[in-house]
Design a binder for this molecule. Structure first.
Ligand SMILES: O=c1ccn([C@H]2C[C@H](O)[C@@H](COP(=O)(O)OP(=O)(O)OP(=O)(O)O)O2)c(=O)[nH]1
Ligand SMILES: [Mg+2]
Length: 143
């Protein structure tokens, strides 16, 4: 897949950390450390621009280790990178802990999963096909 990197010397390209990992770890591309206070959200640049093939999206997801150890998540998870987006990929981190967290340049802050998606067109109808579930939801099958 095509990738354009700002300041190429800064970091290695995102990579799968294990043989069958689904996500490529993304690194912070920042001039100075960024502090995220409790319940604060900060948009962290990655220095990466990509060209996804049409019919693909990239999902930006939190890393479980940062979430578990430091309460760091992503506000809009899973973030969506559209195939026609040519801007810099950024990650909207949020600190859900009661302690400030510092992000340093080059640290792995999120992971990106590339996935196929469908593109639909609408077919307006008067009635939808009935099912056993019908309109039941929000726990209607019990606890
Ligand atoms: O975590 C994210 C989510 C999105 N984007 C970029 C890529 C995406 O293609 C674009 C728009 O994202 P989205 O459609 O989620 O945001 P929007 O608020 O609907 O913005 P727009 O009106 O530009 O579509 O922003 C990121 O860099 N990181
Ligand atoms: Mg949008």
């Amino acid at each position: 897949m095509k990738i354009k990197v700002i300041n190429h010397s800064a970091h290695e390209l995102p990579k799968y950390e294990t043989a069958h990992a689904a996500g490529l770890d993304l690194r912070a591309h920042i001039g100075e450390p960024v502090m995220i206070g409790p319940l604060q959200r900060v948009l962290i640049p990655t220095g990466l621009h990509i060209e996804l093939p049409v019919g693909y999206e990239a999902q930006i997801r939190p890393r479980s280790g940062l979430a578990y150890k430091h309460g760091i998540s992503i506000v809009n998870t899973p973030g969506t990178i559209d195939a026609d987006y040519r801007g810099e990929i950024k990650v909207l981190l949020v600190n859900l802990s009661d302690t400030a967290f510092v992000v340093n340049n080059g640290e792995r802050i999120a992971q990106m999963v590339v996935a196929r998606h469908e593109t639909i067109s609408w077919e307006p109808v008067a009635e939808l096909e009935d099912t056993a579930r019908g309109t039941g939801g929000y726990g209607h099958t019990g606890k």
